[in-house]
Design a protein around this ligand. Structure first.
Ligand SMILES: Nc1ncnc2c1ncn2[C@@H]1O[C@H](COP(=O)(O)OP(=O)(O)O)[C@@H](O)[C@H]1O
Ligand SMILES: [Mg+2]
Length: 367
């Protein structure tokens, strides 16, 4: 069977860096051939973080960041090729998610914005690049997110067990995969994943995140605060729904902390519980879920994992159990989406995003 190599590039809401994979899709189960995680240099990280909120001359700053990030994506690909001894002409196409700087799926003019110029990626890698996956779904009335459930269904569906795949990145999203193939897949953002944990940790420590959830483990979950946070309308909203750091951020948290005298570690513990509880209320009982598989950086937060395991009505595993380490699922999903587009196949699920139609997603920038 002829190999079909694609590259996936993912940089999520955590702004921790770029995950890149080379994968072979010549059989149903994709083979992960090579991978890399490249942290953002701090000036680029700051440039991107600043764009996630309102500020002076955003159009100009976005234009510059689009180019800077496009170059960084291209360098990442070239370094990955070198390391893994692939040549650019082995690769059919790159699927690049881009960096989300705004996601407003509701309102009169819903829009989503991912940057990292694919023209530059194609020019500097000599590989056909596919990007801008979300806006075609939005053009059909969808939320543009989440897009990974179609990939989860294609790769992780089981005809023996009802499964849920949960990605805990900056935001957390779930895919519910019923064992009966005629039942619809359900997928949505459950709310914040690591984003509030990272932000609150950064307020109190000189590090980007709460390593292994150690700080949270020294605090006590405050059930009153937890229940108040869980009253946020987003958690009650029925799917399709998607969200981002423009909604769940420190300002959001502060509105609930006004007169709070809780020690900061208790707040970290409570935020950790918020991520766990909002994931577990995704309808596990309703859909008779038998197995949960977790991926994304949140898997390395032991306090979060312990809480999920204790409170879950069913078994909780890492996607490693299914043969793909949790770190590479999202990048692999964008390699898969590139393959879908390149072979004129659709990439969105109507029942997930709420789009009127399925569509071949993204724009193709030929090498
Ligand atoms: N050892 C760890 N302990 C605790 N949290 C971790 C650890 N490693 C990664 N993380 C969390 O995972 C996040 C990155 O996850 P990732 O899946 O890359 O998210 P995104 O897709 O939003 O970039 C980090 O910001 C951090 O919160
Ligand atoms: Mg990341």
């Amino acid at each position: 069977l002829e190999k079909q190599y694609y590259i996936g590039l993912m940089s999520g809401t955590s702004l921790d860096g770029i995950d890149a994979v080379v994968a072979d899709f010549s059989s149903t189960a994709p083979t992960l051939c090579s991978h890399s995680h490249t942290p953002f240099p701090s000036p680029l990280k700051k440039q991107l973080a600043d764009l996630c909120q309102a500020g002076f001359d955003g159009v100009h700053r976005m234009g510059e960041a689009d180019v800077a990030l496009g170059r960084f994506f291209a360098e990442t690909v070239n370094a990955l090729l070198k390391k893994s001894k692939f040549s650019y002409d082995d690769i059919t196409a790159i699927g690049s998610h881009g960096q989300t700087i705004r996601h407003y799926p509701k309102g009169a003019h819903p829009y989503t914005c991912q940057i990292g110029d694919p023209n530059i990626i194609a020019a500097e890698t000599h590989i056909t690049t596919i990007a801008d996956f979300r806006r075609r779904d939005m053009a059909h009335g969808g939320q543009g997110a989440p897009l990974v459930p179609a990939f989860h269904q294609a790769v992780f569906h089981s005809s023996d067990k009802n499964r849920a795949i949960v990605n805990i990145g900056g935001m957390a999203n779930v895919s519910i995969l019923p064992k009966e193939k005629n039942k619809p897949v359900i997928g949505f953002d459950t709310g914040p994943g690591n984003t509030l944990l990272d932000a609150w940790h950064q307020q109190h420590h000189d590090a980007a995140f709460d390593k292994n959830g150690e700080w949270a483990s020294t605090g006590t979950v405050d059930s009153t605060l937890l229940n108040t946070l869980l009253q946020d309308p987003y958690f009650k909203q029925l799917p399709p729904k998607s969200t981002g750091r423009e909604y769940f951020n420190l300002n959001w948290l502060r509105t609930f902390l006004k007169n709070s005298s809780l020690p900061p570690e208790d707040i970290q513990a409570t935020l950790t519980a918020l991520t766990a509880e909002s994931i577990l209320s995704c309808g596990l009982e309703t859909h008779a879920i038998e197995e949960i598989y977790l991926c994304g950086g949140g898997v390395y937060n032991h306090t979060l994992m312990n809480r999920l395991q204790q409170k879950s009505p069913c078994s909780v595993f890492s996607t490693k159990t299914l043969g793909i380490p949790p770190d590479w699922i999202e990048a692999l999903a964008f390699a898969w989406l590139a393959k879908q587009t390149f072979s004129h196949q659709t990439g969105n699920l109507r029942e997930v995003t709420g789009a009127r139609n399925t569509a071949v997603l993204g724009g193709i920038y030929f090498a």
